[in-house]
Design a protein. Structure first.
Length: 265
């Protein structure tokens, strides 16, 4: 009887240690079920750096419908590869992994650069919109990506109007300053998602790539909008031989420009 109790205790202890290891192995393990492509953390995941890439965690009616949360599309392989590029292409002291920030958390005010995917399906409450408005008024920056077609545009703009009623997005000029901060990405072309390897340039019925922006009263870009495009896929598949290198090269450089624009303007 005593041996059985000892065996049960050992099994329980091993189970607890395994659960603890799984919970602490990756910094954002609790969110991995919501991510599309979670990858293991590198050894320096907890390093304190001067910059971290923020991934915005928001709500959507499509959460779970596609076996992940909408915010977690391409995450977190996409941002990990982008941060590797940001480390190599700039002198910014960049953390090797992202910072996941929930739209309901005031922690957002600690992270000047945020990135959101699938905003064509986001839904913001009044309190979330108010928090994002305060975030932008304090100088925060948001890059949105991978949403397509007019229905998704309308849903995205409904959320944006909840944050800033009456303010409209504008088309960026081909020689916009944000395209020239570190790399000359003027006259940027359309960046498709992974489906391009199958000969499909456009996604979910959205045709015509647009680089748009929401500007503050002084002309500073607060929201960088990549509509009918998928820079996140171009980052995520930058290491895939079948995905055209020219799209990844441009997407990485535009991302670098947006980060440096945010940090310097």
């Amino acid at each position: 009887m005593g041996s059985r109790r000892i065996l049960i205790a050992i099994v329980v202890a091993v189970g607890l240690l395994t659960a603890q290891r799984l919970a602490t192995h990756n910094r954002w393990a609790q969110y991995e079920p919501e991510m599309q492509h979670p990858v293991d953390d590198p050894p320096d995941a907890w390093e304190k750096t001067e910059f971290a890439f923020g991934r915005l965690r928001f709500r959507s009616p499509r959460d779970g419908y596609i076996r992940r949360a909408r915010w977690g599309t391409d995450s977190n392989k996409s941002e990990r590869l982008f941060m590797m590029a940001l480390r190599r292409l700039t002198r910014v002291h960049v953390r090797s992994i992202e910072e996941i920030v929930d739209v309901d958390d005031d922690e957002i005010f600690n992270w000047p650069f945020m990135y959101a995917v699938g905003v064509g399906d986001w839904v913001l409450t009044d309190s979330q919109a108010a928090r994002l408005r305060e975030y932008f008024l304090r100088g925060g920056f948001l890059m949105v990506d991978d949403f397509h077609n007019e229905r998704e545009w309308a849903t995205f703009m409904a959320g944006l109007h909840k944050i800033f009623p009456g303010r409209e997005a504008v088309e960026m000029s081909d020689d916009d300053l944000a395209f020239q901060v570190a790399y000359d990405t003027r006259k940027p072309y359309h960046i498709p998602g992974y489906q391009i390897v199958h000969g499909q340039e456009w996604e979910r019925g959205g045709v015509g790539g647009h680089y748009r922006a929401l500007l503050d009263d002084h002309g500073r870009m607060q929201v960088a909008i990549c509509f009918n495009m998928d820079l996140g896929d171009a980052w995520e598949w930058a290491d895939a031989p079948e995905y055209p290198e020219k799209y990844s090269a441009l997407a990485l450089r535009i991302g670098v420009n947006y980060v440096l624009y945010d940090l310097s303007h």
